[in-house]
Design a protein around this ligand. Structure first.
Ligand code: SF4
Length: 685
């Protein structure tokens, strides 16, 4: 028996842990520690530990499928490519849209972006960052000039105060949680803000149990206290920021008096005071946030408020500080960096900038040009257009995404998808969205291809091929290149391997320009920006100046606004959604991993003990959860760990999908849905 260890990067959350895949006789059979990773030093959470289990699932797609008379039929690649190429060619440019994927590699996302803009010549390309961190990209870019986590994971351990808001870090980014515990062991104070007392909250020194959606109110209230007490960092504000007067004018309003903020957020005044003091006086406070901040109609405001308080207190550009957006999927950062967004090419070069458009057109050399320099539809807008303007978008090409579970208001999504003329899904499993497709293309998973991903801390890391894909499955960029060739664009996709793709990315993307596979092969890899071959990478952003034209951060007064749908007499509870330690996103991979699935094999609704008593609901009872958009049957978990009046459902489970209930209300800038707050009622069955 031949055994090999292949070092690679975890395909689950955005932490970017490394491990070895254990390969027995050419087949991935286990995971073993890789001690040299500076991110996780050989340690893994359960998802990483069992990251081999879904790889050889008997449910993997192995042949292209075409739907004929309502049923899938296995076909050859030649036939599938011919059908897809002919259909794609039959549409006008903007009648097609593409969804790339935060689960696939940078090379795959780049290939999809080039295919959309160069082959289909459509401006409509997006991916699931729209659903999780679009507010981060828009919010941080607006105030700092760069829409990414400011610091690195390792330096969280240097914080003297860690302020965690809207992130169950210990369950959803456990190896980042480890750095929080290191900080605590070094004497840091941990402040936790969330409607649920999660395992993260249980380690905190101060817990603020607030109502979901009141983030801006809380942060404005804390900033008022900081200014009133003279705890702001005057030197940092003076030298490094614009907009202080605008910020001060807003946060000093009576609306954000301690009393008002306590009423609106549901947090006792004393706790808010203590939080403000610890935050401002620590000397190094790091904010960690995740989708509790971003998935709101005020997502961009929430992100900018995190930036405001960090600028006010001078907690940027140093170890142990920063606005640290924790990305949920392994390559959300990379998919955004690769331009799998409707407004930018790689490295956030704007499509409406004619110089940038010309640069890509000249480099790609499509004989008939590329898509016009216009912004396209976000995936959430796309679903609305499909529903409200049937015929405008006719064709959708999805790589590695599952909107039939991940998107808000699933009845609306199903209605939208029915209005498509042609749907191609490229994935590793026949997921809920793939079942609706006209053509399904079998893809290789992370263990079956070389490539790179960019973690939440902007660290670009390698994937390494450990086994062959099952059956006739192929790598995503290879499939995309095959379709391009079948459509007459072989020359533009004539890559021999993933390194060729990466070198093309680096040649067109200033923040990746100094990266090569050789440099990335080292355990520490490289953080972008890395503009030249001798540049060491940038673990901490904004050290001396921000990425704004004048180098200064932009503080802005942000008025508090409530969420789109508040509880009322018909739907009296506030529903929030999230993730669990054992499952990941739409469950495509984790639910096919026995060790993970057996721990939490179905979903649940968390109900406060007092609310459950009033509703006569017992722990473990099956109940009906209903919103204005849909209903599900789901098991009740009665607990004191959730705020009275608030309920929680994890969004992983198709059989009791949280997104049957959520609302398709969007942040006006980021177009991210408000998955963290809508009104529901719960009934006994
Ligand atoms: Fe994988 Fe994230 Fe767990 Fe690390 S913390 S092992 S990257 S799921």
């Amino acid at each position: 028996m031949e055994m090999k260890y292949i070092q690679t990067t975890c395909p689950y959350c955005g932490t970017g842990c490394s491990f070895n895949l254990v390969v027995l006789d050419g087949k991935v059979s286990g995971v073993a520690p890789y001690q040299r990773s500076p991110v996780n030093e050989g340690k893994l959470c359960p998802k990483g530990t069992y990251a081999h289990e879904f790889v050889n699932s008997p449910e993997r797609l192995t042949k292209p499928l075409i739907k004929k008379d309502g049923a899938f039929v296995e076909v050859s690649w030649d036939e599938a490519l011919k059908v897809v190429a002919e259909k794609f060619k039959s549409y006008k440019p903007d009648e097609c849209a593409c969804l790339a994927s935060a689960r696939t590699s940078n090379e795959d996302n780049y290939a999809m972006m080039k295919f959309a803009r160069g082959v289909l010549k459509t401006k409509h390309i997006d991916h699931c960052a729209r659903l999780c961190h679009a507010s981060t990209v828009a919010g941080l870019a607006n105030i700092f000039g760069s829409g990414a986590m400011t610091n690195s994971i390792g330096d969280i351990a240097d914080a003297k105060c860690v302020f965690i808001i809207g992130s169950n870090t210990f369950e959803n980014h456990p190896l980042i949680g480890r750095r929080v515990m290191e900080a605590k062991a070094n004497g840091a104070k941990i402040i936790y803000v969330d409607p649920r007392l999660t395992p993260t909250g249980k380690q905190a020194d101060l817990y603020l149990q607030f109502y979901s959606g009141t983030d801006v109110c809380l942060l404005n209230g804390m900033m008022q206290l900081i200014i009133k007490n003279g705890w702001e960092n005057k030197e940092f504000i003076q030298n490094r920021c614009n907009g202080y007067d605008d910020l001060k004018k807003e946060v000093m309003k009576d609306d954000y008096s301690l009393e008002n903020v306590s009423i609106i957020t549901g947090v006792p005044a004393e706790k808010i005071k203590t939080a403000a003091e610890w935050f401002a006086k620590s000397g190094a406070t790091a904010i960690l946030y995740s989708m509790g901040i971003t998935q709101h109609t005020t997502g961009v405001d929430n992100v900018k408020s995190c930036g405001n308080i960090q600028m006010l207190t001078g907690n940027l550009g140093r170890p142990g500080t920063g606005v640290n957006a924790l990305r949920g999927q392994n390559n959300v950062q990379g998919a955004c960096d690769m331009g799998a967004l409707p407004v930018v090419y790689t490295g956030y070069q704007k499509v409406i900038d004619e110089t940038a458009r010309k640069k890509f057109e000249d480099a790609w050399k499509f004989p008939d040009g590329i898509a016009k320099g216009e912004n396209g539809y976000e995936v959430t807008t796309l679903m609305n257009v499909l529903s409200d303007k049937p015929g405008e978008i006719k064709c959708l090409y999805i790589m590695g995404e599952n909107p039939m579970i991940s998107d808000p208001d699933l009845n609306h999504v199903a209605h939208s998808m029915k209005n498509l003329d042609f749907l191609v899904v490229q994935d590793i499993f026949l997921n809920e969205t793939a079942k609706l497709a006209n053509v399904v293309l079998p893809a290789a998973c992370y263990a079956e291809k070389n490539g790179t991903q960019t973690s939440t801390e902007r660290r670009v890391q390698m994937w390494r091929k450990a086994q062959n894909p099952p059956g006739e499955a192929k790598g995503d960029w290879e499939i995309i290149a095959s379709i391009a060739k079948a459509m007459g664009y072989g020359n533009q996709f004539a890559w021999s391997n993933s390194e060729d793709v990466f070198n093309e990315i680096a040649s067109l993307t200033p923040s990746y320009a100094g990266m090569t596979y050789q440099r990335l092969a080292k355990p520490e890899a490289l953080h972008w920006p890395c503009p030249s071959k001798d540049h060491p990478g940038t673990p901490i952003l904004h050290g001396e100046k921000f990425g704004m034209p004048d180098g200064k951060g932009l503080m802005t007064g942000i008025p508090f606004k409530y969420q789109a749908e508040r509880p009322d007499k018909d739907y009296p509870f506030l529903l929030t959604t999230g993730r669990s330690l054992w499952q990941w996103h739409t469950g495509t991979m984790t639910r096919r991993s026995k060790s993970l699935e057996r721990e939490e094999p179905t979903g649940w609704i968390e109900i406060n003990t007092e609310d459950a008593k009033n509703l006569d609901i017992k722990n473990g009872e099956l109940v009906k959860a209903v919103s204005r958009r849909g209903e599900i049957k789901i098991t009740a978990r009665v607990t004191d760990n959730i705020k009275k009046g608030v309920m929680f459902i994890p969004f992983h489970y198709a059989e009791c999908a949280a997104n049957m209930l959520t609302i398709n209300a969007l942040d006006p800038i980021a177009k991210i849905p408000e998955s963290k707050a809508c009104a529901v009622k719960v009934e006994k069955i």
